[in-house]
Ligand binder design. Sequence first.
Ligand code: AP5
Ligand code: MG
Length: 192
Amino acid sequence: MFNIILFGPPGSGKGTQSELLIKKYGLVHISTGDLLRKEKAAKTPLGLEAEALMSKGQLVPDEVVVGMISSALDANPEAKGFLFDGFPRTEAQSQALDNLLKLKKSEIGVVLALDVNEEELIKRLVNRGFTSGRSDDANPEVQKKRQEVYKNETLPVATYYNKFNKVVHIKGEGTVEEIFSALCSEIDKRLS
Ligand code: AP5
Ligand code: MG
């Protein structure tokens, strides 16, 4: 099993690149943001609780997302590998993920970190806000909050995986195709 974390701030292109990567490598895509939005659409208690936090740009509690990840791993026993998008987002989530993968005799192969400057991130998300219908896209204050939460709570994930030499930085600016090709070359190096 080859597992990848696609890491980066809100708007860095994780979702966009994930779609291309799962097709090329036959990986199972796990996006905690998408899973939470599904819960919200189904109006489950978890979804309603999560939406209150998401619409403010705050993180959903670790136990909630770790529980969802655990179920998603169990639901895909035949997976060739997983592509994690938007998870882990705290150091505690990173440790929990490593423990869950260990139980499956597996581990994270590489953390691909998309680097994009903040001005470009905000520009992309404001644009997406016109069409996405996401409650966290339209409001500039919420945008700012999400970038702030990323710096304070999520950057430690990169520090954590750096200790194991697993982080590779990729320039997340340029065309979707250019970035995809840079990501693929890092993955191919590790698969061969
Ligand atoms: P989540 O859904 O994960 O959102 P996010 O990380 O904030 O990231 P985005 O989905 O906004 O951006 P992206 O990197 O996927 O970029 P995209 O490809 O869309 O999380 C939402 C919320 O859920 C969180 O705030 C939190 O409340 C909660 N949550 C989720 N996971 C959690 C967790 N693990 N723990 C706790 N809480 C959690 O691209 C952005 C835009 O740019 C698009 O319009 C795209 O078309 C465009 N674009 C993409 N690439 C390019 C390019 N190369 N050039 C120009 N434009 C581009
Ligand atoms: Mg996304």
